[in-house]
Design a protein around this ligand. Structure first.
Ligand code: SIN
Length: 311
């Protein structure tokens, strides 16, 4: 029997596929659709302390090989997602879910994390250190000093399962430097990667999204090679207690298999989920299981991280 079962932070999931934060997760209705699909779990839209409208529309555009977005962290505020998760804990105590959050400043991030710490939430928290779309706010994880400071301060009081969502890195030295920072902290996972920040797509003679005069995060097929490199680079460098979640360019079972070969323990679907809806989880699961069966793999551990190199 081929199984897609996996574990993150000691929690078990029947399926290693789930949504990426930002897609199908803004409202309880969207989250319920993911929960009731074949996905192993869901993650909420990155929450801030108070609700945000986000950037002006149009702020998302499907393009031939993926998507471009500059949403600007629209969300319902932390209380909305926490309330829903606490309700779910009562009704579905056997399942674990992910809560994504980040503040508009380090102080706000700590207020959010303290709120989670002091709540009854017993799932997994993902700190988003990589949103490229809030004007004037850089992607935090490109600044290793700030990242180190936030993590040191957070782990002084936060003792629930915590991971971080990373932007893509593009240089081997940056993989080394980032891994050195992450290895100092009791992180449960890193999630590679958020969109490739500040790309541009042009139709006729115009950009296609309004915010930032067209600069936006790129997702979808464009980013799979970058994603796979990041998943594998951190799989090679991080302490085995820090797991990898792979996000980026997953449309098929084959794509998911490549993430797992590179070392991912969980695989998130973003752009393709936005384009195809929650039915994608069933299709990608079936495709992944079929490839695993063909190769004689029964479980993810049979091939996780076992990427082959040329001699
Ligand atoms: C956004 O809301 O701008 C996208 C979220 C992200 O890239 O972290």
């Amino acid at each position: 029997m081929v199984s897609l079962k996996t574990q993150i932070a000691g929690f078990s999931f029947d399926n290693c596929l789930m949504n990426a934060a930002g897609v199908a997760c803004m409202t309880v209705e969207e989250l319920e659709a993911v929960r009731q699909s074949s996905a192993g779990t869901f993650i909420t839209k990155t929450a801030t302390l108070t609700p945000r409208q986000g950037n002006p529309e149009p702020r998302y555009h499907d393009v031939p090989l993926g998507s471009i977005n500059s949403m600007g962290l629209p969300n319902q505020g932390i209380d909305y997602y926490l309330d829903y998760l606490l309700t779910l804990q009562e009704s579905h105590p056997q399942r674990a879910f992910f809560l994504s959050l980040v503040g508009m400043s380090p102080d706000e991030t700590h207020m959010l994390l303290k709120k989670v710490q002091n709540s009854g939430f017993n799932g997994i928290t993902e700190l988003n250190l990589s949103c490229p779309n809030v004007p004037g706010k850089p992607q935090i994880a490109y600044d290793f000093e700030t990242t180190e400071r936030i993590l040191s301060e957070a782990f002084a009081y936060f003792d629930k399962p915590l991971g971080i969502k990373l932007p893509p890195y593009f240089d081997i030295v940056h993989f080394d430097q980032a891994a050195e920072v992450f290895n100092r902290h009791p992180l449960k996972f890193v999630n590679c990667v958020n969109s490739i920040g500040n790309g541009m797509y042009i139709e006729d003679e115009s950009v296609v999204i309004r915010p930032k005069n067209g600069f936006g995060g790129i997702g979808g097929q464009y980013i799979k090679p970058t994603t796979l490199a990041n998943v594998h680079a951190f799989y090679q460098r991080l302490d085995p207690s820090i797991q990898i979640i792979g996000t980026g360019g997953v449309y098929s079972g084959r794509d998911a298999l490549e993430h797992i070969l590179c070392g991912a323990s969980m695989v998130q679907i973003g752009t393709a989920l936005h384009q195809q809806g929650v039915g994608i989880f069933e299709r990608v699961s079936l495709e992944l299981k079929a490839i695993m069966a063909q190769k004689g793999y029964e479980k993810l551990e049979d091939f996780k991280g076992k990427l082959k190199y040329l001699a």
